[in-house]
Each structure stands twice: as C-alpha cells, then as structure tokens.
Design a protein around this ligand. Structure first.
Ligand SMILES: NC(=O)c1ccc[n+]([C@@H]2O[C@H](COP(=O)([O-])OP(=O)(O)OC[C@H]3O[C@@H](n4cnc5c(N)ncnc54)[C@H](O)[C@@H]3O)[C@@H](O)[C@H]2O)c1
Length: 495
C-alpha cells in the first residue's frame, strides 16, 4: 500500500519543479522543495506566485486550504519527510540514475518516486534504486499548473500499486493521468511533438516558410481542432459518412509520397539563427513573462469552454470540480466550511474578462458569481448531476440584485449565501458578495428557485429527503436578522 499524499517532495525546482509546486499547493498539498542550488528558493517562490493568477481562475469550485511551501538543499532530509517524490532535475541519464538511487535510500519504501523525464526510459532510471517497484515516469507538460496531462510509464520493475497510487494522486491535483502501455523513448506525446518539430526545422532550413508562417498553419486550423478531439477522431470526421475507413482509402496513397522527412536536419548556425530571429519577430518586443501570461489566460479560458462540452481537458476540470464540491458539501454538512451556522461561503476572484470599460466587474458577471454560489449550496444538499439525471431540477424564477461597492480585476472576493425560506416547491436564497481586502459589501443577489419535474416541465414538490436537508439548513440560520436588502424592488428608496 502506498501512502496518502499530504506532503509532496520535489527534487529539482526549475521550470517543471516550480510548476508542480504551484499545482500541488493550489489543491491543498504541502510541498517540500529540494534543489542543490540555494538560490532556487527565491526562484520557486516567485514561480508559484506567478502561477497563482491564472490558476486561481481555473475553477470556482471550493478548494481546500492551500498547502505550504518549504525549501531545503538537503535532498536526504526532503526524502525522509515526504509522502511522494517528483524528480525534475536536468535531462541526463547518469545524473538522474545517481540522484534517484541516492534519494531512494532515504525515502521509506511506500513513498512513490516519479520522474518528470521527457524521454528517458523508466527501466533505466530505476536500475540502481532501493525499492525500484515504487518508481515510475510521470511526464507533465509546461505549464504544469495549467495543463492536466501527465503520462505515466512503468519500467520493468514498477509495480501496478505504484502506478495506481500515482494516478490517484495526480487526479487529486486536477490532472489527467494517461497510462502508456509500454516504455519507449519519448513516451507518446513527445514522439508526436518531435515529428512535427523535425518538419518545422526542415521547412525553415529549406527556406520554405518562416517560424511565424508555420505557427499560423497550426493556430488557425488544426490547433483549434486538436484541443478537443486530437488527430484521429478529427480524421475520422474527414472521411465523411464512412469515417476513418474512407479517409484511409482516400488519403492513404499520399502516405507513399515523400511529404515528410522524418530525419531531423543538421542544426547549423544558419538554421539556429533563422529559428531565433523568426521567433523574436513573432514575440514583437514582448517579454517571455508577458507571453506566458497571455498563454496562461487563454489556457484557462479554453478549459472553461471545453468544460461546457464535457470534453478533453474540460471533462477533467468537471471531474475535479465534482469532487471538490462533494468534499466541500461533506465538510459543510459537518459544519467545516460554514461561515456562520448554515451560511455557505464561496471564495473566488474577479477574472480579467469580467471587467468592463470602467475597470469594474460588469453586470452580468454578478449573476454568474451568484449562480455559482447557488450551485455550491444546492450541491451541499444533494442537488447534483445525479439529481438532474433523475428528472428533477431547481429553476431560477426570480432574481434581484443591488450594487454597493466596486470590485476590480483580480480582486479576491467571497460570497455568503443564506437560505431565507423554503417550502415544498420553492427555495429563497440571498447572496452577499464581499471584497476580501476590506470585507466591503459589493453586491447582493436575492433569488427564488422552483423545484420542477424537468421531463414534464412542471413545478412539483420536492421529495422529503431534499426538503428535510433544506429545512435543516434553514433552521441553522433561524436566529439571524433578515438582510436589509431583502424584498427590495427596483426604484424603492434606500432604507
Ligand atoms: N521544460 C519543459 O518543458 C519540460 C516539460 C516536461 C518535462 N520536463 C523534464 O523535467 C525535468 C526538468 O526540466 P526543467 O525544464 O525544469 O529543467 P531546469 O533546468 O529548469 O531545472 C532543473 C533543476 O534541477 C536542479 N538540479 C540539478 N542537479 C540537481 C541535483 N543533483 N539535485 C537536485 N537538484 C538538481 C537545478 O539546480 C535546476 O533548478 C527534465 O527531466 C525535463 O526533461 C521538462
């Protein structure tokens, strides 16, 4: 049996180590980071801070308390204290073999050790380790804090228990573990990426296209398709009604023509210059940090769109959110996260795209935030996907908002939600949106929901169990004074 992971140990804290740290901390795991260079402490703290902006906008679901980050240059001390080790040192076989073997002697045998290697084989990496059965390759993608993919590859000595434990851990921190059936150099994704990369180098080397033109050839076309369907399912569609079979018949003969050159070209100084100059032109004076921020923002937005379709990375996000809501609901049932008896608290942040020309949160987004807060309350009493699949739903029939203060882009805010009343068919909620920095009341939202039979499209009484859970929540708030804004209507004088 492998351990439950409370503390993640990082071996090497460069680009990838920093990404692992940000992701794990965000999802409530403590991180003990170890690097041979003491100056990497400041670096990894900066990397975590940088990641936080985009990461905190990824999901509204209630997150556990953030983990804490510690740093050491003592690799042995790190190995002795943590529940799971992720190795991210430079891509050199002998160095990795030596460090992994050394660290494995200081970590208990039930501590999984995973390597982020982009292309080395697990059987070679685990060769000199103590308890090599707990070792695997877990290859992530940059930025690790936003991309859910992690390729899991076992070596000859890897146990299935270690692979299972690793998959569980990566799922907890919001990832999509992809099990690679057989170890091969470069695993799966880098094999594909490198094939494309070799062609790019040839096309630039032969003067056929610039780096910018080649990027255009992806971003306006295939890149948009790949994010949700990959290459194979998209080619299945290219074959028309008969799908892949027709596609292969039609385009199969082209495979015999030498369209592509799989051997990489010589990396001459001239080719290097062309690649560097081309990408500098594309960067158009923007720093790496600026481009990273743009990349992070669209990676968040894309995942939210995919979430609506429950496809690809969006499906991973939904699964993660379902679990977070469920955890929150069970702790709320035990009184864990309630702000006051029965009051639900939801933390979030004003996303940059929610802000209008004044620099403040735009009207429609208030309703979105209150909708998410309602969702959290409903889930806490069991109104979830299963409930909806059973043909029942709670429909919004009335909403009223008041606005009191401003919330700017990236401000942390929180919503307090009360249940003002409940009867057999109706649920009456009241939300307060506060700024976290000074607790100022930014807006209120009052809403009535109707319990319906969604197949018949008619209001219908709730079942006794749901009614009972709402009643219990209501009773917990019975002693609180009614909110001043309750029952206000548009145009009514201020009280
Ligand atoms: N950069 C990527 O896009 C990417 C993506 C996926 C996987 N990877 C893999 O992740 C690993 C790390 O790559 P990176 O880009 O983060 O490299 P990096 O050079 O940014 O970081 C490596 C870190 O390891 C530290 N280090 C060196 N020797 C050490 C030792 N003996 N003990 C502890 N720390 C040591 C260095 O000080 C440095 O901080 C590589 O195996 C790479 O293949 C990289």
């Amino acid at each position: 049996m492998m351990r439950q992971v409370k503390t993640l140990g990082l071996l090497g804290t460069g680009v990838i180590g920093g990404g692992w740290a940000a992701r794990a901390l965000h999802f409530g795991i403590d991180v003990l980071a170890a690097d041979v260079k003491p100056e990497m402490e400041a670096w990894i703290r900066g990397a975590v801070e940088n990641a936080e902006g985009a990461l905190s906008r990824l999901t509204f679901a209630p997150l556990p308390r953030k983990g804490t980050l510690s740093f050491t240059t003592d690799l042995h001390a790190m190995a002795a204290q943590v529940d799971f080790i992720q190795e991210n040192i430079p891509e050199q076989l002998e160095l990795k073999q030596r460090v992994l073997a050394d660290v494995s002697r200081h970590a208990a045998p039930d501590v999984v050790i995973a390597s982020s290697t982009s292309g080395l084989m697990p059987s070679e990496l685990q060769r000199d380790m103590q308890a090599p059965e707990r070792f695997l390759v877990a290859h992530p993608f940059n930025p690790v804090y936003l991309l859910p993919l992690v390729e899991l590859v076992g070596g000859l000595k890897t146990s299935s228990a270690a692979l299972d434990a690793a998959a569980r851990f990566y799922t907890i921190i919001g990832m999509h573990p992809l099990r690679v059936r057989r170890e091969i150099p470069g695993h799966l994704t880098d094999r594909l990426q490198e094939a494309l990369w070799r062609e790019i180098l040839h096309l630039v080397n032969d003067g056929v296209a610039t780096t910018g033109e080649l990027d255009e050839s992806i971003i306006y076309g295939p890149g948009l398709r790949w994010a949700a369907m990959g290459t194979n399912l998209i080619y299945h569609l290219a074959g028309g009604e008969t799908g892949m079979r027709h596609m292969l018949r039609q385009f199969g003969p082209c495979l015999k023509w030498p369209w592509t050159k799989l051997e990489a070209p010589e990396l001459t100084e001239e080719l290097i210059d062309r690649m560097v100059e081309g990408t500098q032109e594309q960067a158009a004076g923007r720093s790496i940090r600026q481009i990273e921020r743009l990349r992070d923002d669209y990676l968040v937005a894309i995942q939210q769109v995919l979430r609506q379709f429950n496809i690809g990375a969006g499906a991973t996000l939904r699964t993660l959110e379902d679990r977070l809501y469920e955890q929150n609901a069970s702790s709320a049932r035990g009184g864990g996260r309630a702000a006051a008896p029965g009051i639900q608290r939801m933390y979030t942040q004003v996303r940059p795209e929610w802000v209008d020309y004044n620099g403040h949160m735009t009207d429609s987004r208030y309703l979105q935030v209150f909708g998410d807060a309602t969702d959290a309350v409903f889930r806490s009493v069991g109104v979830d996907d299963d409930f909806r699949r059973s043909g029942r739903a709670l429909y919004t029939v009335e909403s009223h908002m008041t606005h009191g203060a401003e919330a700017k882009a990236l401000e942390p805010v929180y919503v307090l939600t009360r249940l003002l009343a409940v009867d057999d068919k109706r649920v009456h909620l009241f939300h307060e949106l506060h700024r976290t920095r000074d607790d100022a009341l930014v807006a209120t939202g009052e809403q009535i929901y109707l319990h319906v039979d969604s197949t018949a499209g008619k209001a219908t009484p709730m079942d006794a169990a749901l009614r009972g859970r709402f009643a219990k929540m209501h009773a917990a708030q019975a002693g609180l004074p009614p909110p001043a804004q309750k029952g206000r209507y548009v145009g009514m004088p201020r009280v």
